[in-house]
Design a protein around this ligand. Structure first.
Ligand SMILES: [Zn+2]
Length: 441
């Protein structure tokens, strides 16, 4: 006699805190995520059609077909994602979250043809933001950071990297990092701190770059490390700012304090920052608009992640964009970020995905990979976020879109229906149809 088939009775279903069911596309990014994705792997999204996931205590406990998940789990909180796309929360791998003031007048100057360096040389640009930020209290900076995080979350971002760099004195750099920490503690979005004291040479050190580098190495870095205020050390490696050798010294000092290296590289000229990133084994190099093929190959060999910032390139208005196709062909892992800052003022990773498609020819799938799992790698959070897999944080976005390709295709809109952060519903845009007023009726 055949053994009776084992049946899971409804009463035996495990209770989950939250179920998300019936997703048209459940974009899991599941797989061997020990290393950032390169080449063809960037197109493998691990999509489950009619997908579901179960959440308990803030973490994902099951992912699969709706049929299978609802046989095993029940919950008082079930979100139907019928006709919707479900993705890991977006990860913004590069932002300058904390600063004071705004620069809309300079924006107009740029529209009228002034270059970034021309504006910088007349005391505008970053230096005008430094002036405002030095005057601002830590409370004010944290409050503005929280408002920015609200907007990021509304657009589906659940983790963001945040750099200092608008203080440029020891006191003010520590103040910004303190504001980043306060924002991280008070907001549901996770904020990962980076020390960027080497963002520019402040006016009081004009003509004495070495003096400022000494200040960074001898005073700032030891205090940042002692107070445990940053995970990464970054440098703006650019002609007339910090040279390759100066950048190497600063990053190596950061390393000796346990801070991993990031580099603003080759944004405005082919200085060779990408090669330096490979040479010192940086976790990432950012911008890379003018990087040489040789240096990109060196990055690929060392698995240095290219954090591409299409909105930053767009805001420079010079028509130059990173060669993302060449990078992917060379085997460089690609990630994305907003570069949110006073001259590139966007919080919206959906826009970044679209710009990456239109301006850098990433496919929608590659752009989604770059904005999730590869971005997680770029900020050292792969074990926690970046994919919808068992054991990871339940950071999930539900989009009012039938598939992930709409992220590039239909641009300039906010597709977010719901955002789940640490297993809790943090954004809910669902409109109660009874509340819509039809004036004609
Ligand atoms: Zn930047």
């Amino acid at each position: 006699m055949p053994a009776p088939q084992k049946r899971i009775r409804k009463g035996n279903r495990e209770t989950a805190d939250l179920l998300i069911t019936n997703a048209e596309e459940l974009v899991t990014l599941a797989g061997d995520n020990q290393k950032p994705r390169v080449g063809k792997q960037m197109r493998e999204l691990g999509i489950i059609r009619d997908g579901s996931l179960a959440v308990k205590d803030g973490f994902i406990i099951a992912v699969g077909k709706t049929n299978d998940i609802t046989k095993k789990f029940k919950s008082e909180n079930v979100l139907s994602a019928n006709n919707k796309t479900v993705l890991p929360g977006f990860i913004d791998a590069h932002s300058h979250l904390i600063f004071a003031g705004s620069r809309e007048d300079e924006f107009q100057m740029r529209v009228e043809g002034a270059s970034y360096m021309e504006i910088l040389n007349t005391g505008g640009g970053i230096l005008s933001t430094v002036k405002e930020t030095r005057k601002a209290s830590v409370e004010k900076l944290a409050a503005e950071g929280l408002a920015t995080l609200d907007t990021m979350l509304e657009h589906g971002t659940t983790t963001v990297e945040a750099k200092s760099g608008y203080g440029l004195t020891t006191k003010d750099e520590l103040k910004i990092l303190d504001a980043i920490h306060r924002a991280n503690q008070l907001h549901t979005v996770d904020v990962v701190p980076t020390f960027l004291g080497a963002h520019a040479v402040p006016p009081e050190y004009k003509g004495n770059t070495q003096g400022y580098i000494n200040l960074i190495i001898e005073e700032m870095l030891p205090k940042v490390a002692e107070k445990n205020l940053a995970e990464f050390c970054d440098v703006f490696c650019e002609r007339n700012v910090f040279s390759l050798e100066q950048s190497r010294k600063i990053l190596s000092a950061g390393n000796s304090h346990g801070l991993k290296s990031k580099i603003h590289a080759d944004e405005m000229s082919m200085l060779g920052g990408a090669g330096l990133a490979a040479d010192i084994g940086a976790i990432s190099a950012e911008h890379l608009v003018f990087s040489s093929k040789e240096n990109l190959k060196a990055m690929a060999a060392k698995n240095v992640i290219a954090v591409l910032l299409p909105a930053a390139a767009l805001s420079l208005m010079n028509g130059k964009y990173a060669d993302a196709r060449l990078m992917i062909d060379c085997g460089v892992p690609v990630a994305l970020g907003t570069d949110f800052n006073p001259s590139c003022l966007t919080e919206n990773m959906q826009l970044i995905i679209a710009l990456a498609c239109y301006l850098m020819r990433l496919t929608p799938a590659e752009a989604v990979t770059a904005a999730t799992i590869n971005a997680a790698h770029a900020i050292g959070r792969t074990n926690e976020v970046g994919s919808l897999e068992v054991g990871k944080k339940a950071d999930v976005v539900i989009l009012n879109a039938p598939n992930h390709k709409f992220l590039g295709y239909h641009f300039g809109t906010n597709f977010v229906d719901k955002v789940v952060k640490n297993g809790r519903i943090a954004v809910d845009k669902e409109i109660d149809p009874n509340k819509i007023v039809h004036l004609e009726e």
